[in-house]
Design a protein around this ligand. Structure first.
Ligand SMILES: [Mn+2]
Length: 323
């Protein structure tokens, strides 16, 4: 892979790893493939450097990432105990994003690739050029001298595939494939990862997809779909089953931006926004207190459903006509 100069934050992280012994690793609530894969790979780096490291996540690991190496060791908890002296947060723009209690007061290391990444920690390595946090963790592994085991490569490759939409999203470049090649050389198996990611859905998720698609609406270059609590309950779907449904709205010919609305138990709506590249959906997400990337963002909106749709679609329409 073409060598990219390593930032000073990377060296600062390596020096802080030497100075601490017991690490807690975490990612944001409702973790995605990049969050889970990057945290598990970081755990392997630290353990091979002789450190104690545990992954603690606020929410359960989504079904399609439970086959990842060492995923069974992930601790599902609302707080971390006092025995850790340092925390590494992956993909988080704040402590709150983890929803974990007890991180305050620890030495904090932040590794993120989001444009809206914020330097809230003692050491912050934020690189929006990276296509996934997994890419940054791979560089950390290389610089640390930790061996890239097939297990670590599998975790990082999963993060890369998940965050690039299987090498389809905007930003996917020769650099992405070079990284993928290195991970495959190190032992990641693409068909096996694809099997877990794309061919291991529950029947409930597929039925939810049917319900969501029956709510597909389109207006010019904007399409949106939604699911209500009632629809989710009827098919026995979990929140994690909504992951990726927004991409079906984006799949329509001529659609540039797509929105997916998931009703929350408090009557508000969780909104996922996607773009094919022309429109920057972070501008809309940030107006509603959310964030993300140009092509993939999220936020929340007040209900009822018609109100949430009018708010979000109205803003998408405005942004889409300007950009
Ligand atoms: Mn990511």
């Amino acid at each position: 892979m073409q060598a990219t100069p390593s930032p000073s934050a990377l060296y600062e992280i390596l020096s802080q790893i030497q100075r601490h012994n017991r690490f807690v690793l975490t990612s944001h609530a409702r973790p995605d493939g990049d969050g889970v894969g990057s945290a598990l790979a970081t755990q392997q780096i630290l353990r091979s450097l002789g450190k104690q490291a545990e992954v603690v996540l606020h929410d359960p690991v989504p079904r399609n990432y439970r086959n990842l190496p060492f995923a069974e060791s992930i601790i599902h908890a609302g707080s971390v105990d006092g025995s850790y002296d340092a925390a590494i947060l992956l993909e988080c723009d704040s402590l709150q994003r983890t929803r974990l209690q007890g991180l305050e007061g620890k030495f904090l290391i932040n590794i993120d690739h989001h444009i809206g990444g914020r330097p809230f920690a003692h050491v912050n390595w934020i690189d929006p050029q990276a296509c996934a946090t997994a890419e940054l963790v791979y560089r950390l592994a290389r610089e640390s001298g930790a061996p890239i085991s097939p297990e670590m490569a599998t975790c990082l490759y999963t993060g890369l595939v998940a965050d690039t939409g299987s090498f389809m999203f905007e930003g996917t470049s020769e650099h992405t494939f070079a990284l993928a090649r290195e991970l495959v050389l190190a032992g990641a198996t693409p068909p096996q990862v694809a099997q877990s990611l794309y061919f291991s859905h529950s029947i409930a998720k597929m039925r939810l997809l049917g319900a969501a698609l029956s709510n597909l609406h389109r207006e010019g270059d904007i399409a949106w779909i939604w699911v209500t609590r009632d629809q989710m309950e009827r098919v026995g779907a979990l929140d994690e089953d909504c992951e990726g449904l927004v991409n079906y709205a984006l799949a329509v010919h001529g659609v540039e931006v797509a929105a997916f609305f998931r009703e929350l138990s408090d009557g508000r709506f969780r909104v996922s926004l996607r773009s094919k590249g022309r429109v920057d959906v972070t501008t809309v997400a940030s107006q509603f207190g959310g964030g993300g990337h140009r092509c993939a963002s999220g936020c929340s909106a007040d209900g009822p459903l018609a109100h949430a749709i009018a708010d979000i679609v109205g803003n998408l329409r405005r942004v889409s006509s300007v950009q």
